[in-house]
Design a protein around this ligand. Structure first.
Ligand code: SF4
Length: 243
């Protein structure tokens, strides 16, 4: 089993849901991906631009192209052309906010950065591993940034950064010293970088959460514990014996 941040969160909410998906291999109901597209385009735009060394050649056409490719890759139908135009306008605007934030906070001046960096660490028993893709690792692994294309506080879960830090620390044998949410769509430019407070105990707590999941998984403990909201959006609800 590969333990990612999203798996950890999902398993803690409802182990039975994850058993259905990962062990019983039931096919989850297809989600309407249209609402995730602006966020995905923002992430891809940042990745592409960072890999180009934050050059000056990036234009709205670049964003448009990314939107076009993603739309085709995910077979998304927008229906009315005006809906597509609205999304296009939004992603171009959000890309300009990314540019503004990157330049204002000096992210473009950083050296030795890695974007969309994948890390994986097998656990001692070799049956399970911990893995994650970090949006940006800077300053020789001492600074970790997670980008959120939303201003809503509910997406800024500091435990996500703790999870990645634990993973990175176990591979690099050195924990990051600074953990930050990069929030390019915040209205106030100063709020577009949000550093989080953390302590050594946070890593220990996260390690225990991972251990707890492994113990439950290995013991075959999969209670159906989804709350009202989790069940409402559950992609395998039709297979759940609770309904
Ligand atoms: S419907 Fe609710 S209880 Fe059932 S698997 Fe999904 S999240 Fe769990």
């Amino acid at each position: 089993m590969v333990i990612s941040w999203s798996f950890l969160k999902a398993f803690e909410q409802c182990p039975y849901q994850q058993k259905l998906i990962r062990m019983d291999k039931v096919i989850p109901k297809k989600m309407d991906e249209r609402r995730f597209i602006p966020g995905a385009v923002g992430h891809r735009f940042f990745e592409v631009w960072a890999k180009r060394g934050f050059d000056d050649g990036i234009t709205p056409k670049t964003v448009e192209r990314i939107l076009y490719i993603m739309t085709n890759r995910k077979n998304i139908m927008w229906g009315d052309k005006s809906v597509y135009e609205k999304v296009k306008k939004r992603v171009i605007n959000e890309a300009s906010m990314i540019i503004e934030a990157v330049q204002h906070h000096g992210i473009d001046k950083l050296e030795n950065i890695h974007v969309e960096k994948f890390f994986s660490k097998p656990l001692p028993c070799n049956q399970h591993s911990v893995a994650g893709k970090v949006d940006m690792v800077a300053n020789n692994g001492t600074w970790l940034l997670e980008m959120k294309m939303s201003a809503e506080a509910k997406w800024q879960d500091s435990d996500q950064l703790i999870f990645y830090s634990l993973l990175l620390g176990s591979i690099q044998r050195r924990y990051p010293e600074r953990l930050t949410f990069f929030l390019p769509v915040m209205k106030n430019i100063e709020d577009r970088l949000l550093n989080i407070e953390f302590a050594k105990d946070d890593f220990i707590d996260m390690y225990r959460r991972i251990q707890d999941i492994i113990l439950k998984w290995d013991a075959g403990q999969f209670p159906a514990t989804g709350d009202k909201e989790t069940c409402q959006y559950c992609s395998v609800r039709n297979y759940c014996n609770q309904f």
